[in-house]
Design a protein around this ligand. Structure first.
Ligand SMILES: *Cc1c(COP(=O)(O)O)cnc(C)c1O
Length: 542
């Protein structure tokens, strides 16, 4: 490939570059493309989906009890009276059908563990799955919020001390959460054009790109994770947040692409910084938290300052469902900062939200996000579609009843076995093999780390001098049909490729590992020829 070509390609965004790589990798019709660039999982949770379809059939029975004299296909709303008894009959009649036992268990869990009324719950679920009413309340259906809140508590807070309650807004996935949040921060003057926001780097690219948009014009300050320290943030980097000029800190935890969770030490250090920066807004995107054991979110440590974003997309293999939540503590700095805005801004916001409440000044930030999501005026039709909320509730109950975390262990085994297969074939052990904070949804193949470990720093220097990092990705695509994403696009400082461990089978990771080994051996050969060294590419490194 010619040099100018590469220079042009180096300037593309990672997702544009991915399209180019896919084109190259799919060029040979006799060869299967191995696209490890995608974060979309190739597995999915079956039990709560079976539950969804069976619940749908039960809800149809409920509906068809009304207007049954009409032959034209007209049903009515479910009836609250006797619904629990009718469900028990249904569950007994179909107990051998996949999903029915799960549903019966879920109803029992809601009643016997969460202390909710089973009939009310079944009614909300049936009405929700039939989708015969607007979502009310618009932020989230009432019992659905309680159930999903319990799931968030289990997975994001765990046994960490946590005082008080939090609110949830059910949204169309983590990316919708980001869109809504950025917009409401701006509309409510919590973050203004010209403000500085800190980003925990490397990071999922939209967090870099959105703040730079003309709509926001924010100044970005990078808080870099250190690859040599297992991709943790050093105290020195976190100390950047002490600067009062920094309005907010946005991070993905566990990170994407390094896929490690913040260490307990870093979490506590950050919490201590927040004590001296009580106005600091934290936005934490914890979509990968459920792939870790005993995960603790920053939301648990700094509940007043933190907005939590969680998505069901990855853990349940549910990207097409579009399911996520935004969580804020009932006592939070966002509502406090709204109350302290200058008079003129408060007046303007009073007018903005006047059409939806008689007390617009008291409208909580999270409810403003709901209103803003439908341009305020259409607030009465805001909210996530009710069947989506039902599936979210069933995913949550599945996980709450999943003791002792059998599904979680299966998820972890699946991705870790793929990682082991990849590195075994590359012949170089991963840097973070024993890291308790490694989550391994993705793995970063870092040229400096791998090349340094296998041969030495002179080799790394030679490779970087003689090849553009994108050239390596292009050769993998063109010659082996393997697509990886460049780490650079996510803001990594080292040349690297991101391998998603979620979207191919183990045998594919074996093939990817072999292709990388072949390329590596070729570069070692060229290095030896160019420098007269006798580096041995065949020695495997632990
Ligand atoms: C995949 C991913 C999401 C998921 O977004 P959805 O809109 O829920 O599919 C969110 N944040 C990060 C960091 C991700 O990697």
């Amino acid at each position: 490939m010619s040099k100018p070509d590469l220079a042009k390609l180096s300037s593309l965004s990672p997702f544009e570059l991915k399209d180019e790589l896919i084109q190259l990798a799919s060029g040979d019709a006799n060869r299967l493309m191995l696209n490890a660039g995608r974060g979309n999982p190739n597995f999915l949770a079956t039990v709560p989906r079976h539950g969804f379809w069976q619940l749908g059939l039960f809800a149809m029975r409920e509906s068809e009890r009304s207007f049954s004299y009409m032959p034209e296909g007209v049903g009515g709303f479910p009836r609250r009276a006797g619904i629990e008894e009718r469900f028990d009959l249904f569950a007994r009649e179909f107990e051998d059908v996949p999903g029915v036992k799960f549903l019966a268990g879920a109803v029992s869990y809601v009643r016997d563990q969460l202390g909710l009324n089973a009939g009310d719950f079944l009614y909300e679920m049936c009405e929700g799955i039939l989708a015969c009413n607007y979502p009310v309340p618009d932020r989230m259906l009432k019992l659905s919020e309680v159930v999903v809140g319990q799931y968030i508590r289990k997975e994001m807070i765990g046994s960490h001390p946590f005082i008080g309650e939090f609110d949830l807004f059910a949204v169309e996935g983590g990316t919708a959460a980001m869109t809504y949040l950025f917009n409401s921060f701006r509309e409510n003057h919590l973050i203004k054009a010209g403000d500085t926001i800190a980003l925990g780097m490397p990071i999922f690219t939209p967090y870099i790109e959105i703040p730079e948009l003309n709509d926001y014009q924010l100044v970005e300050l990078m808080v870099d994770a250190d690859p040599k320290a297992g991709w943790q943030y050093s105290k020195q980097e976190l100390d950047k947040l002490r600067d009062p000029k920094v309005k907010a800190f946005f991070l993905v935890n566990p990170s994407n692409p390094p896929s490690v969770r913040m260490s307990d030490e870093s979490l506590e250090y950050l919490a201590s910084i927040v004590e001296s920066r009580p106005d600091l807004i934290i936005l934490t995107d914890d979509v990968y938290g459920t792939f870790a054991d005993n995960f603790v979110s920053l939301f648990a440590l700094c509940p007043r300052n933190t907005i939590l974003v969680y998505s069901f997309s990855k853990y349940f293999g549910a990207t097409g469902w579009r399911l996520g939540v935004i969580a804020t503590h009932r006592e939070n700095i966002f509502d406090e900062q709204l109350a302290k805005l200058p008079e003129a801004q408060r007046k303007a916001l009073h007018k903005r939200y006047n059409s939806i409440t008689t007390t617009p000044d008291q409208l909580k930030f999270i409810d403003r996000i709901v209103a803003d999501s439908r341009t305020v005026a259409l607030n009465h039709t805001a909210g996530l579609s009710t069947p989506q909320q039902v599936q979210m509730v069933l995913f949550s109950l599945f996980s709450l009843m999943d003791t002792p975390d059998a599904y979680k262990q299966a998820m972890k085994r699946l991705i870790r076995n793929r990682k082991a297969a990849l590195f075994r074939e590359i012949g170089i052990a991963p840097e973070n093999a024993d890291d308790p904070n490694a989550v391994d949804y993705y793995t970063l193949l870092d040229i400096e780390q791998l090349g340094g470990k296998a041969i030495g720093p002179e080799f790394v220097k030679w490779v970087l001098d003689s090849a553009e990092p994108v050239e390596l990705l292009f050769r993998l695509a063109e010659e082996a049909g393997v697509v990886l994403l460049p780490g650079r696009g996510f803001g990594t400082r080292h040349p690297s490729g991101r391998v998603s461990l979620a979207n191919l089978n183990e045998s594919d990771y074996v093939k990817i590992g072999r292709s990388i080994r072949k390329l590596f051996e070729e570069y070692v050969k060229r290095y030896n020829e160019a420098t007269g060294n006798k580096a041995d590419a065949k020695v495997t490194k632990k």
